[in-house]
Design a protein around this ligand. Structure first.
Ligand code: PLP
Length: 388
């Protein structure tokens, strides 16, 4: 049974983030004459829509043959929703090591595949934070998967633009699929996409959400849109001495963030409309500007370092990943001030030293298109002061 190490923050009483972690619907990004996303990427025959990426991953794992007695290979640096689908199917998960730049350790993958009775059916390879894995490594992992007859699932949950570039590769092969989480890139309320050879899809497409869910989503989009530009201010001071703690636990099944009832459900029509209509270039440009602003803000900081200091020309970053030397007190200071932060501090225990270290030391900070200049100024000042 997998063992997880989870940071329990309940006792900390952290305030809600003062700035949204994810983009909201922004009318200026919508082109009423049509968007700029290639139609085949959203409406093609080799595309299936789900409510979240994890349910697209569920369909991918199912197509790869994951079920009781079989194994998914996943990176040791992961969030629970990456592995939930395999566990929900009754499979187990083994973890391959990653290097400090989050590239996969091919030697570790090979070692896991060495036993004759490995039971491995599929491998997940993420493009973390919107950065495409190096082509040589992608080719190496793909070759290992093909040699062993296992499915390669390219996880583009953070990397819509990488999926846009590579989706055709998946569609052409029956042993290679891609998935993404549109709501992390577009200002939409939900979404998970799977690109795969149509032969792999079940005959019945995912069920459509009802009108009530569409109306609720529209209201949520409206209120997130209105709240998105609230001025960021420091949160009410709480007791700075409050601390969380790590818990070790064992479970067989998926986490509470995985709802089996949402498997095989289509995304909202509203989300697909937003995806079709969004003008991509200005959105990518704003993400890149914010990412560069983060790089400048933390350059020379003593207490932290950008994980990915070079922004390739074609990269649309999802978050700004930064390693911090002292999670205590820096993480607490930032969270108590209302800083929006993702951290994968609920993770299966593995022998990978990088994953063990990043669990508490790697912070994911927002750089999405919806952030205002004031919000960026507030966040970068807060972080650079905490890391000075
Ligand atoms: C790398 C990665 N893959 C997959 C998922 C699951 O995606 P979703 O949240 O769309 O279900 C996540 C979720 O955060 C993720 O970060």
């Amino acid at each position: 049974m997998p063992e997880y190490q989870r940071f329990d923050a309940v006792a900390c009483e952290f305030p809600r983030p003062r700035v949204p972690l994810l983009p909201a619907l922004h009318w200026a990004d919508i082109g009423f004459g049509g968007g700029t996303v290639a139609p085949a990427l959203i409406d093609g025959t080799a595309v299936r829509h789900f409510a979240r990426g994890r349910y697209a991953m569920h369909a991918a794992c199912q197509a790869g043959g994951i079920g009781p007695g079989t194994v998914l290979l996943a990176p040791s640096y992961h969030c629970r929703t990456m592995i939930d689908p395999a566990l929900a199917l009754g499979g187990t998960v083994l973890f391959y090591a990653v290097d400090s730049d989050l590239t996969p350790r091919v030697d570790s993958i090979r070692a896991l595949l060495a036993p004759r009775d490995h039971g491995i059916k599929a491998l997940v390879l993420p493009h973390y934070f919107g950065f495409e894995q190096p082509p040589a490594l992608l080719a190496a992992v793909s070759a290992v998967c093909r040699h062993h007859g296992i499915m390669l699932i390219e996880d583009c949950s953070h990397a819509w633009q990488v999926a846009a570039k590579r989706a055709q590769t998946g569609q052409a092969n029956a042993d290679h699929v891609l998935m993404a989480s549109p709501y992390k890139f577009f200002g939409c309320e939900d979404g998970g996409v799977l690109w795969a050879n149509p032969a792999l899809f079940p005959i019945t497409p995912p069920a459509k959400p009802g009108l009530l869910r569409e109306i609720k989503a529209f209201k949520s989009a409206w209120s997130r849109n209105r709240a998105a530009h609230a001025t960021a201010t420091a949160a009410e001071p709480r007791d700075p001495a409050l601390r969380g703690h790590d818990i070790l636990e064992r479970h067989d099944g998926p986490s509470a963030q995985y709802e089996p009832a949402m498997e095989n459900k289509n995304s909202l029509a509203l989300s697909r409309w937003v995806m079709r209509r969004t003008r991509i270039a200005p959105l990518v440009e704003r993400r890149r500007r914010h990412y560069t602003q983060w790089l400048e803000a933390v350059a020379g900081a003593r207490g932290g370092q950008a994980l990915m200091p070079d922004l390739p020309d074609d990269c649309a970053p999802y978050m700004f990943p930064i390693t911090i030397a002292e999670p205590d007190p820096v993480f607490y200071q930032l969270k108590h001030a209302g800083m929006p932060i993702f951290r994968w501090d609920d993770m299966a225990v593995s022998s990978c030293t990088v994953a063990r270290n990043y669990r508490l030391h790697l912070l994911h900070l927002p750089c999405h298109q919806g952030l205002s200049a004031q919000q960026m100024a507030w966040m970068t000042a807060l972080v650079s002061k905490a890391l000075a």
